[in-house]
Design a protein around this ligand. Structure first.
Ligand SMILES: [Zn+2]
Length: 326
């Protein structure tokens, strides 16, 4: 069972689709090609990393384009051996003149549904509020997410530059709206801010999962608190290395988290930018971070129980998990 519980739509734009869409729009290709243009050169910081992700934004210029990119994201995940893709997406960035938030939401939901139909793997959308957007915009995003709950949207998240925007009070209302609608809740935290930011996100927003949580490794009290409250941490080793949250990939705290009995799951965050899909992140756990088969089994077990899926799908996952172990 390979569940990808932290991956962004913008980070799964195929370079070949970027090339096709650019050609359609009459955009001259970059000298070194689109693949090179979308990839990061190597480890840097979160601001540089996010700027590279933002380089994909012009490709999300119509509902048709968004649906295509979302569908291909599911297809690429399935081709990588993934059994379930939870895809994150900040719709407010992609609302342009001529189409509104609901058109964007419908497009991403239609796209993943088509991807799931083609591949047979389930998928769900996690809608992200963004740290640099104002409260009103993030409230609009949360309301739109609730309108698509049960129609593709399964969760709500806060993403963006934690280094620049770390005052969490302004995001409480959007989370309250998403929570009232019964959406799964997660939050990027303790990636560029200290470990205590993860605890604060749980206390303020009621999230059951934390994106990255890398700096929990530096704060024993926060780590224990998060662990003892049953919160699950979504680990993305290569991404954390590229954002500078850790200095070496083989020093990623996933191993330490495991030793501390913190519940962890895996994601590939932005695989086009980091050139590392989920299968490679799993290889990193095994080859660089000393995860044994029973550690990966435990990660799969936690993933099945932490995924933002309906009971029926979860039961199917549990059956698959049991089958793969027998
Ligand atoms: Zn992320």
């Amino acid at each position: 069972m390979k569940l990808n519980l932290h991956s962004h739509l913008e980070g799964r734009l195929r370079p070949s689709t970027a090339a096709a869409l650019a050609a359609e729009a009459g955009v001259v290709p970059p000298e070194a090609g689109w693949e090179q243009a979308l990839q990061l050169d190597g480890p840097s910081n979160l601001t540089v990393y996010l700027a590279k992700v933002a380089a994909t934004y012009p490709f999300f210029r119509s509902p048709q384009h968004i649906a295509r990119i979302a569908c291909e994201a599911v297809e690429d995940a399935a081709a990588d051996g993934t059994d379930y893709l939870e895809l994150r997406f900040g719709p407010a960035t992609h609302v342009h003149m001529g189409f509104d938030m609901d058109s964007v939401m419908a497009a991403v939901c239609d796209g993943i549904a088509e991807g799931s139909r083609r591949t047979g793997i389930p998928s769900g959308v996690v809608i992200a509020a963004l740290r640099h957007h104002d409260e009103e915009t993030n409230i609009d995003v949360a309301r739109a997410a609730t309108r698509y709950a049960g129609r593709g949207v399964v969760g709500f998240d806060l993403a963006g530059d934690e280094g620049l925007f770390n005052d969490l009070a302004q995001y409480e209302k959007p989370f309250a709206i998403a929570r009232a609608a019964g959406l799964g809740l997660t939050c990027h935290a303790a990636e560029a801010a200290p470990g205590s930011a993860a605890r604060e996100a749980v206390e303020r927003f009621g999230v059951s999962r934390i994106g990255h949580g890398t700096h929990l490794a530096d704060d024993t009290d926060a780590l224990r608190w998060v662990r003892d409250h049953g919160v699950v941490v979504e680990c993305c080793p290569t991404s954390n290395w590229y954002t500078g949250a850790i200095t070496r990939r083989d020093e990623h705290p996933a191993r330490y988290f495991r030793e501390q009995n913190l519940q962890i799951v895996l994601g590939d965050d932005n695989p086009v930018q980091t050139k590392s899909l989920l299968s490679n992140e799993r290889r990193v756990l095994a080859d660089e971070l000393g995860f044994k088969e029973h550690d990966l089994d435990e990660l799969d077990y936690v993933s099945v129980h932490a995924a933002f899926v309906e009971d029926g799908t979860r039961q199917l996952f549990v059956a698959q998990l049991n089958h793969s172990r027998n």
